[in-house]
Design a protein around this ligand. Structure first.
Ligand SMILES: [Ca+2]
Length: 241
């Protein structure tokens, strides 16, 4: 990542894997500022900060943003205990992130073993209600069949298997395992999705996440920028290690 100031605005460009070319310029803080800084938090997360002041230079402030990079992540081979234990996932920290349209946000990690793909969703949400949901989409890298799992705060609400495996039975789709716990500032959910349910390939899957936040006054739906639920090719690639 290349960061710089131009016209009093902090800007950044993401580089390619060899850092020899850089993509489109972006800005984090629309207001003018100075002394911008950027610090890596993890392989997919950076913090950025900028100093700001008013026209008279008498009222200094600090703007801080935490930014998550959504691109290909790795799903390590492991079998979590399905108790929402973060200790199970301590060496598996790649994550996808959703959370720009409301105060709620969710990061999603993935793992797999011979039988299942596991998803760990850590939801930060100041107001947990019965309307709070996430929908997790998964498919093979080549496309259909796909599975969507709509999960609430206490249970799986709906599992849909699309396309060529419409013959899946209710018992088949109920084979998705679910676990959740209320955690500080939100909730943790763990899912185990049988690989046979969507004919999981050996090398990689595609994942998308829709976050539905309800704080008692309507639902706001959010997903990863650049993705479309109806286009599997836009879902984020998750490599099965
Ligand atoms: Ca909520």
């Amino acid at each position: 990542m290349l960061t710089y100031h131009w016209a009093s605005t902090m800007r950044y460009r993401l580089g390619n894997s060899t850092a020899k070319s850089f993509y489109t310029e972006n800005t984090v803080f629309p207001s003018a500022g100075m002394w911008g800084s950027c610090e890596m938090i993890s392989s997919h997360c950076v913090s950025m900060a900028i100093g700001t002041n008013n026209a008279n230079h008498s009222d200094w402030g600090l703007e801080v943003a935490r930014m998550y990079l959504n691109h290909r992540i790795d799903a390590k081979r492991m079998t979590p205990s399905m108790t929402c234990s973060l200790a199970d996932w301590k060496n598996n920290t790649d994550a996808l992130f959703v959370g720009s349209d409301s105060q709620a946000q969710v990061s999603v990690r993935a793992a797999h073993d011979d039988g299942y793909v596991y998803l760990l969703a850590e939801r930060l949400d100041d107001v947990l209600t019965d309307g709070d949901e996430c929908v997790f989409y998964i498919a093979g890298d080549a496309g259909y069949p796909s599975v969507s799992v709509r999960a609430g705060l206490r249970s799986v609400l709906e599992v849909i298997v699309n396309s060529s495996v419409s013959s899946r039975t209710a018992a088949d789709v109920s084979s998705v395992k679910y676990s959740s716990v209320t955690a500080a500032g939100g909730q943790i959910t763990e899912l185990a999705i049988p690989k046979w349910l969507f004919s999981c390939p050996e090398d990689a899957v595609r994942v998308n996440v829709v976050l539905r936040n309800n704080d008692g006054d309507g639902t706001i739906e959010d997903t990863m920028s650049g993705t479309s639920v109806s286009q599997i090719a836009t879902w984020k690639k998750v490599v099965l290690k």
